[in-house]
Design a protein around this ligand. Structure first.
Ligand code: NDP
Length: 333
């Protein structure tokens, strides 16, 4: 068996030297235990926050121990009658080929055989749920709103765009890549797309495509994106602060938005959230999301990197924008 360890907390942008692949011994399950072989694992931007030694909503990763994250595995030996050998389960034991678990740490994947299992790490997994919670519960998005979404072609952003379209909103997405911009416009039916690398005036570009202002900003990026959104937020506007990926590799805190006072003049609201606080509603989200997937209103893509040893590179590539939709690592068939 193999696992990926973190050797030291990265200084700035992570590099492959911060990680190492280590061999491990395949354990035998005792009564009540289940041995799984992971077939898919997720790499996510939030993991960067756990690679920093500071207090947060979730503790830092331990050094010289396997990293953790969402994964889908197959049960290969079971000493718990509730988990049949061959069945697929989700767990938090990503970054390793095998894991020995008790049932509290395992969940059967939703019983939807028409949907490929890896979708439960992306569009119908944590990122999709994040999109749903942020848009519905934090931004209180409703039909007729103009919604601006940053990192719009990513795992969370691409779901936000489509959920908002399905509600009857006008959607503006931003991305740093031409092919992703095309995907957003032609396949996801996003009304307008800004390529932030093609403009030196993001706020001006947003103003051009949103002459009536924006009602909702779904924040994934921070920095100039947040300032642009504040410049154009309408009276009573809502900003759901999901993440700020442009800051995750900062070596020291950067200055905040210069126009935060716009919240006051516009009587606007800005609220952060963590998806795990809403996990009790996951079954509701999966039911609704799966219906939209089946009806073709919720499309998804995955960027797949093969092999556990390439997981660190897949993770680092998130900060270079190499993924369209969900970034996944495939470990086995
Ligand atoms: P994505 O699939 O969106 O991948 C990250 C994308 O961010 C890249 O593809 C890239 O897209 C963009 N990006 C990377 N670096 C920068 C930068 N410096 N400036 C602008 N854009 C950048 O990741 P997720 O969908 O998994 O996550 C999206 C956001 O949601 C993150 O901020 C994440 O932390 C947050 N999140 C929050 C959760 C919560 O509970 N609050 C839960 C899950 C995610 P491009 O090529 O377009 O630049």
């Amino acid at each position: 068996a193999k696992e990926i360890h973190l050797l030291h907390y990265p200084d700035g942008v992570p590099t492959t030297e911060d990680f190492a692949a280590r061999d491990s011994v395949l354990p035998n399950p005792l009564d009540g235990e289940v041995l799984i072989e992971n077939i898919w694992m997720s790499v996510d931007p939030y993991m960067r926050g756990r690679m920093t030694k500071r207090k947060s909503y979730i503790p830092p990763f331990e050094l010289n121990a396997p990293l953790e994250g969402h994964a889908i595995g197959r049960v290969i030996q079971s000493r718990d009658p509730r988990f049949a050998e061959g069945s697929l389960v989700t767990s938090m034991t990503g970054w390793r080929s095998h894991a020995l678990l008790e049932r509290d740490y395992l969940h059967p994947i939703p019983d939807m055989p028409d949907i490929p299992p890896e979708k439960f790490l992306g569009v119908l997994g944590m990122p999709g749920m994040t999109a749903w919670v942020g848009l519905n519960r934090i931004a209180n998005c409703k039909a007729g709103d103009t919604v601006f979404v940053s990192a719009a072609a990513g795992a969370v952003g691409s779901v936000v765009c489509q959920l908002a379209k399905a509600k009857g909103c006008r959607v503006i997405g931003s991305t740093g890549d031409r092919d992703k911009a095309k995907w957003l416009r032609t396949e996801l039916n996003v009304d307008a797309v800004i390529n932030y690398r093609d403009t030196d005036d993001l706020s001006g570009s947003l103003g051009e495509v949103a002459p009536q202002g924006i009602d909702v900003y779904y924040e994934n990026v921070g920095g100039a994106h947040l300032e642009a959104a504040l410049d154009h937020i309408n009276t009573g506007g809502r900003i759901a602060v999901c993440g700020m990926i442009s800051h995750y590799n900062d070596k020291s805190p950067q200055p905040g938005p210069r126009n935060l006072f716009r919240l006051t003049t516009q009587r606007a609201k800005m609220e952060g959230f963590i998806v795990s606080d809403h996990w009790g509603s996951y079954p509701d989200f999966v039911r609704e999301g799966a219906d939209l997937v089946r009806s073709g209103q919720l499309k998804s893509r995955e960027t797949v990197i093969e092999g556990l040893e390439n997981a660190p590179e897949a993770f680092i590539d998130l900060f270079k924008g190499k993924n369209t939709g969900k970034m996944l690592v495939k470990l086995a068939d």
